[in-house]
Design a protein around this ligand. Structure first.
Ligand code: THU
Length: 137
């Protein structure tokens, strides 16, 4: 990445690098994710599978855990990187996990190893979602 890299480039690159670390011996489906926090820091994660299949977790969950550990409490942008015939959007559960920290207008950039494939907002992926605001007051 050069000094002229855009934020989108940096986030996708972080997701791509995280994908290379994925532990997915069962599905062989490697996924990386990266999230930008309110301090400008990028946190990445990969999927981690388990012999007890349901115990595995997604790349987005790993990236969110890294963000929280580092003190982040907001997600301002998301990138996901995987290789598939169609753009790999976050699963339903991860859309909800992202919703905890991200507003509806948060961009979700979906990439493969060649680069950006599709761009969404979280609201488009999780319309009318349940969130922290429902528990406030
Ligand atoms: N996976 C992710 O990590 N993120 C996604 O957005 C879609 C699916 C993982 C879960 C599992 O390890 C593998 O991809 C196949 O579903």
């Amino acid at each position: 990445m050069t000094a002229a890299s855009t934020l989108q480039d940096r986030l996708i690159d972080a997701a791509r690098q995280a994908r290379a670390q994925a532990y997915a011996p069962y599905s062989k489906f490697l996924v990386g994710a990266a999230v930008l926090d309110e301090h400008g820091a990028i946190h990445a994660g990969c999927n981690v599978e388990n012999a007890a299949y349901p115990q595995g977790w997604c790349a987005e969950a790993s990236a969110l855990a890294a963000l929280v550990l580092a003190g982040g409490r907001r997600v301002l942008a998301v990138a996901v990187c995987a290789e598939a015939p169609e753009p790999v959007t976050p699963c339903g559960g991860c859309r909800q996990k992202l919703r905890e920290f991200a507003a509806g207008d948060c961009p979700v950039w979906v990439a493969d190893l060649q680069g950006l494939k599709a761009s969404y907002t979280l609201e488009a992926l999780l319309p009318h979602g349940f969130g922290p605001q429902h528990l406030a007051g």
